[in-house]
Design a protein around this ligand. Structure first.
Ligand SMILES: *[C@@H]1O[C@H](CO)[C@@H](O)[C@H](O)[C@H]1NC(C)=O
Ligand SMILES: *[C@@H]1O[C@H](CO)[C@@H](O)[C@H](O)[C@H]1NC(C)=O
Length: 367
């Protein structure tokens, strides 16, 4: 009987997420439970609530868990809703923050080789050949350390001529873009601003390849992935709606001289160091039917609608990005003021110069 209590006692004290991380003495043991961080010599508890999204063990955030308000420091909350497409189980609040959604890391393959065993350097030398493209796509971006990540992004660029062909689905490039941002965001090695900027520059170079591929895909297209979303629509639709967490942005226009496409990429502001945004960051690219830059669009308006809560009836600003390769993003002094936001509809409206002065721009709605 006593033995039984002892056994129960041991099992109970080992309930997932209840042991302090300091008790794990090697890197492997430290990583196994899914709620600790190895600093090179010791296994440590997370101490900042911005790290709650990194936790894999929900027990650590629930009652008696080491991060719960009842069991411990009150650092993290278990999420109310768990989805299969992301790994997050804890947050600062009990709702998943789209800025920090983690897609599962698939560990198949290598970050330095294709699945068939060619090195990234060999693939680069063979570029761009159709018979190598699926090997390029099989190089694992998710497990790459930053130097390898940058080399993989260079490799994609050398295969541009193949990537923009119809036999490659746009999703193949989207996947690389999503995995790149997640990799950069979740990297626990301290990256220099230079490496961050180099990675972002390569990210945007690949975005250009993606946008070329999308132009020959369906005219109207969308792909939502929490922190990085892709949209394309033809001028004839007269508006495009971009969903973000707790808000929607509608871009509308009334007249256009010829047909064309509007391409949009929206992404999470916190990922690029912007902390005062109400909306996602929105990249807009306007193309004429000949697929070159186009500005002859009249009365372009942006409407921002917040789904719930309160939105005070003040004038708000659209802020524009001057350098989207830097983290944090650099801002222009140029802004567009809204009319006074409507607190009943929780809506703000902004008007662009008409016709447009730029065919490509990046903006967000400031708090
Ligand atoms: C890891 O944490 C321990 C305990 O706080 C500390 O003594 C050690 O210097 C840290 N190591 C590194 C590489 O930061
Ligand atoms: C529009 O393009 C000009 C010329 O490239 C640039 O100086 C300006 O900052 C751009 N404005 C916006 C809002 O992107």
């Amino acid at each position: 009987m006593i033995l039984l209590f002892i056994i129960i006692g041991i099992i109970k004290s080992n309930a997932p997420g209840t042991l302090s991380c300091i008790t794990y003495l090697s890197e492997q043991l430290c990583e196994e439970p899914g709620y600790c961080i190895w600093n090179g010599t010791t296994c440590q508890d997370y101490t900042q609530n911005q790290d709650c999204y990194r936790i894999n063990e929900v027990g650590a955030c629930r009652e008696n868990g080491i991060y719960s308000s009842i069991g411990g420091s009150g650092l993290c909350e278990p999420l109310i809703k768990l989805e299969n497409d992301y790994k997050n189980v804890c947050g600062i609040t009990n709702i998943v923050d789209y800025n920090y959604v983690r897609y599962p890391i698939i560990t198949t393959g290598f970050s330095t080789h294709s699945l068939a065993g060619q090195t990234v350097a060999q693939l680069k030398m063979s570029a761009p050949q159709q018979n190598f493209i699926y090997q390029v796509l099989s190089v694992n971006i998710q497990i790459a350390k930053n130097p390898d990540l940058q080399i993989i992004l260079d490799l994609y660029k050398t295969y541009e001529a193949e990537l923009v062909k119809v036999y490659i689905h746009p999703y193949q490039i989207e996947k690389a873009l999503i995995q790149t941002l997640q990799n950069l965001r979740d990297d626990t090695t301290p990256l220099s601003p230079v490496d961050k900027q180099a990675t972002m520059t390569k990210f945007w170079t690949l975005v250009d390849v993606y946008l070329k591929r999308l132009q020959i895909h369906k005219k109207n297209y969308q792909s939502y992935n929490y922190f990085l979303n892709f949209l394309q629509g033809s001028f004839s639709r007269l508006y495009l709606t971009i969903k973000g967490q707790g808000h929607m942005i509608t871009i509308s226009w009334s007249k256009y001289k010829k047909n064309g496409l509007i391409q949009i990429i929206s992404y999470s502001p916190k990922l690029v160091g912007i902390l005062n945004a109400l909306s996602d960051i929105i990249f807009v690219n306007v193309l004429g039917e000949d697929r070159t830059s186009f500005t002859d669009i009249e009365n372009m308006k942006i409407s921002y609608v917040q789904e719930s809560g309160t939105l005070t009836n003040i004038v708000r600003k659209l802020k524009f990005i001057s350098d989207k390769t830097q983290i944090p993003h650099q801002l222009m002094t140029y802004t567009i003021n809204s009319a006074i936001c409507n607190s009943n509809e929780r809506e703000c409206e902004f008007s662009f110069p008409s016709p447009l002065s730029n065919s490509t721009f990046v903006f967000y709605v400031e708090q």
